[in-house]
Ligand binder design. Structure first.
Ligand code: PLP
Length: 231
């Protein structure tokens, strides 16, 4: 079996190739290693191999693992957030990718204020045809953006999407395109304090397609750490 360092090397090459194919600078794409369900020992291996950004989905797990990882590492919350966990999210994470309602934005803002720091925020959009649980509906996006723009401790940086699960990565493309277009629409409004510089999209099965469509953050778990035992 390949080491984490070998797998990372391979993924970085694939990121470079996808960027070049799309005429983009590979340096503008940030690799987020998704370490949910994986032990701290593997996270440390990834840190040693140069990974600087990690994603976690579950607050309880993050509370146990994050304090055990030394070094200059940025943590991204990419899971579904409950309001009563906002205080931990604001304390543990530099980025939250999954803001999808006013209630959560308000809770994070309040807690970030108490922590005395700015939280970098992405809004998760639901551009899927079928009803998925999370993400803001297209018609609710602008009102949510406007609301978040008024929160002093959240800094809105872009959008995040999780396309419906498919077997063909190319089926994800339309969702990535839709997300990019929504970001362009938000940008065109020139709302103070809002930037749409980040598009968090693409996972193990479809990150190259996401890069072709403008992703600036790819969230990759399985290709780095191997399959997870829990779904
Ligand atoms: C688990 C997860 C990932 C990583 O998925 P892989 O297919 O293992 O790369 C990315 N984004 C989110 C939101 C996730 O929950």
């Amino acid at each position: 079996m390949n080491s984490i360092a070998d797998r990372l090397h391979e993924i970085r090459l694939r990121i470079e190739r996808a960027a070049e194919k799309a005429g983009r600078n590979p340096k503008t794409i940030r690799l987020i290693a998704v370490s949910k369900t994986k032990p701290v020992s593997l996270i440390r291996e990834a840190v040693a191999a140069g990974v600087t950004d990690f994603g976690e989905n579950y607050i309880q797990e993050a509370r146990e693992k994050i304090p055990q990882v030394a070094g200059k590492v940025r943590w991204h919350f990419i899971g579904h957030l409950q309001k009563n966990k906002a205080k931990y999210a604001a304390a543990l994470f530099e980025w939250v990718h999954t803001i999808d309602r006013i209630e959560i934005a308000d809770a994070l803002d309040r807690r970030a204020g108490m922590e005395g720091h700015q939280l970098k925020a992405l809004i998760e959009v639901n551009v899927g045809k079928e009803a998925t649980k999370s993400g803001v509906e297209e018609k609710e996006l602008i009102p949510l953006v406007e609301h978040v723009s008024g929160l002093p401790n959240l800094s809105l940086k872009g959008l995040m999407v999780i396309p419906p699960i498919t077997t063909d990565p190319h089926e994800a493309r339309e969702y990535f395109i839709k997300t990019r277009r929504l970001a362009e629409q938000v940008d065109a409004l020139h709302i103070t304090g809002v930037s749409m510089e980040e598009l968090s999209m693409g996972m193990t099965s479809d990150f190259e397609v996401a890069i072709e469509e403008g992703a600036t953050m790819v969230r990759i778990g399985t290709a780095i750490f191997g399959p997870r035992e829990m779904p």
